[in-house]
Design a protein. Structure first.
Length: 252
């Protein structure tokens, strides 16, 4: 498999590689994060492009690879076939990672996230809908994001939209605006599911503050009467200072 073919395949997987924090090996054929490892190869004899996947244990040990998808590849220099294989591999990896596909309306346009609560907890879709209601300028960015990746990669989306907005609010230090914003975050942290809680404290708040001491102190003051969120915030910022993977994930 030549470098152009490999590049064309991985180009289709770029979004999921970045959002999933996959590290790549020196040959750029094996990608691994803390849950999954996958590798791309070319079986010249059988004329197939192959996607093999393996689980990753809590200790970081990669299990045995098994074939998850194969694509007939008769011309070893056909970039169009390589692109199609990449898209097929993308769909397979989405399934393995539990990423759901985006909804579309009757006209084929990207549907906006639902405001309706399902179950006992507020989910990530409701949190996104609320964010877009507060910052309607991000509606077009949401559609472009989903159109690009074919799904809602929420960590990536909130990292580039709500996270910097919280940072700006902390810099401006308008008490009224900060209280309104943090009240919303506290509501979703308190009533949200695990994904929402992780995004609120681990992406939006921690990412907005990072190593900025002034922002940290302003956030602490705003969280004074929000005990659970405040405790989680203090803990995640302490972890951020020591955890290289977390710091890399929150880079803009």
């Amino acid at each position: 498999m030549n470098s152009q073919i490999l590049e064309k395949i991985t180009e289709q997987l770029k979004g999921i590689i970045e959002s999933g924090n996959f590290a790549v090996d020196d040959e750029k054929t094996v990608f691994t994060n803390d849950k999954l490892s996958f590798k791309i190869s070319h079986d010249e004899e059988r004329k197939l492009l192959l996607l093999d996947v393996a689980g990753v244990s809590d200790s970081g040990e990669v299990g045995e690879y098994e074939n998850a998808s194969s694509w007939l590849f008769e011309n070893p220099e056909d970039l169009r076939d390589a692109e199609s294989a990449g898209l097929d591999f993308l769909d397979t990896l989405k399934g393995k990672l539990g990423i759901r596909f985006a909804r579309t309306g009757k006209n084929g346009e990207i549907a906006m996230p639902s405001k309706e609560k399902t179950g006992n907890s507020l989910n990530i879709e409701v949190f996104c809908a609320k964010t877009l209601a507060v910052y309607p300028q991000f509606k077009d960015e949401y559609k472009a994001h989903v159109s690009r990746y074919g799904t809602f990669l929420y960590i990536d989306f909130f990292k580039t939209t709500l996270m910097p907005k919280v940072g700006e609010a902390l810099d401006e230090n308008n008490k009224k605006n900060i209280k309104k914003l943090f009240t919303m975050l506290n509501e979703f942290y308190t009533d949200g599911d695990r994904a929402v809680q992780n995004v609120v404290v681990g992406v939006v708040l921690c990412g907005a503050v990072a190593d900025n001491e002034a922002r940290y102190n302003t956030a602490l003051e705003a969280l004074e009467e929000m005990a659970y969120l405040k405790t989680a915030f203090v803990n995640i910022v302490a972890r951020y200072k020591k955890d290289k993977k977390l710091r890399e994930m929150l880079k803009a």
